[in-house]
Ligand binder design. Structure first.
Ligand SMILES: Nc1ncnc2c1ncn2[C@@H]1O[C@H](COP(=O)(O)OP(=O)(O)OP(=O)(O)O)[C@@H](O)[C@H]1O
Length: 333
């Protein structure tokens, strides 16, 4: 594991609250995470846990009139939360690339693929036209798109979903960003294509020595790719550690529930475990105590902390609240 010295993204106590009918409700609460070069950090949790909000907070994509953001996001020596729009524009696309879930909506339907890949180079570099053209072809090649010369003249609708996602990745890596944020990059794709795209992300990460934040609800994707894992529930990180720690020794009841609901490759049993209940809406989110408590009502209140904090259970492995200590599922004796 990389040492503390070379982390280049340090998220410290970040909270993002949205204004709803005049009141602010937190979608992300006090999240702290470090990302290093050459590392894939997965952020995992069910829909509504705040994963995308954390990503868009890092990217500075929130309207300050509608959101309240707190904490610090140190990236290569500066706090992103203190930068203005012009300063953020210089970082987005150049030093931080973002890959969204749906390649079709991320691409402009009316622009040729080559021109879309070139846009970042136009904005962020002083390359000549010839250098940019060569770089575009190099990128198309790098992301494994066949017939690059033809594809750069095509429009998004002429490509398959998998090829479009490769284009989105080419756009994200055009300026060799140090950090890539991939928000559900394979969710819209079928299973075989998913595997190819994940392999591609891993290859690119190795080649560029980038750090990647991979947002997903799919633990299968996490198992395939991640070095480090942060499990989010109701806007908080409830457990984090290396992928090995999380998969071999999951502790928080929420992490354990997620793992239990994961389909097993060799299992013929289709009855998957389902965690009862769902992530509450922002207005219904419990404000105090363990936010997961309502979903494990058989656990006595005394097992939870009044103000749950993160506990280091082994080096690098942290879990929130004390309710993990004696936790058993209802069907366990
Ligand atoms: N602009 C917004 N205004 C108000 N509430 C929002 C806004 N964006 C997100 N939310 C709410 O914040 C919570 C977290 O949403 P977020 O999209 O970050 O979760 P997620 O874990 O990424 O889920 P998904 O995978 O479905 O995107 C949800 O309750 C969502 O409804």
């Amino acid at each position: 594991m990389a040492d503390e010295e070379n982390h280049f993204l340090k998220i410290e106590d970040v909270s993002t609250a949205f204004k709803i009918q005049g009141k602010y409700y937190p979608a992300v609460s006090d999240v702290s995470l470090d990302i290093h070069n050459d590392e894939i950090v997965a952020i995992v949790g069910e829909s509504g846990c705040g994963k995308s909000t954390l990503a868009t907070t890092i990217m500075g994509l929130h309207d300050p009139a509608e959101t309240k953001i707190g904490g610090k996001i140190e990236f290569e020596g500066q706090d992103l939360l203190t930068l203005n729009e012009d300063q953020m524009n210089k970082i987005r696309g150049a030093k931080i690339g973002m890959i969204f879930q749906d390649p079709l909506s991320a691409l402009n339907p009316l622009k040729r693929i080559g021109d879309q890949i070139q846009e970042g180079l136009d904005y962020h570099t002083k390359m000549t036209e010839a250098e940019k053209k060569a770089r575009v072809l190099e990128l198309v090649n790098q992301v494994g798109i066949p017939h690059p010369e033809r594809v750069i003249r095509q429009f998004p609708h002429e490509l398959s979903g998998g090829m479009r996602q490769r284009v989105v990745i080419a756009i994200a890596i055009a300026c060799k960003p140090d950090l890539m944020i991939a928000d559900e990059p394979t969710t819209a794709l079928d299973v075989t294509i998913q595997a190819q795209i994940l392999d591609l992300l891993k290859d690119i990460q190795k080649e560029n020595h980038a750090g990647i934040i991979l947002i997903t609800h799919d633990l299968g994707v996490v198992a395939e790719t991640a070095d480090e894992v942060a499990v989010m529930y109701a806007g908080q990180v409830v457990e984090k550690g290396s992928a090995k720690q999380i998969f071999d020794n999951p502790l928080h009841p929420y992490t354990r529930s997620l793992l239990r609901s994961m389909p097993q490759k060799d299992s013929e049993n289709d009855d998957l475990y389902v965690i009862e209940g769902s992530v509450p809406s922002l207005q219904k989110m419990p404000q105090d105590g363990c936010k997961f408590a309502p979903r494990i009502p058989w656990v006595p209140a005394s097992e939870h902390e009044a103000h749950p904090t993160m506990h280091e259970v082994e080096p690098g492995h942290r879990v929130r609240c004390t309710c993990y200590k004696n936790f058993k599922f209802q069907d366990e004796a």
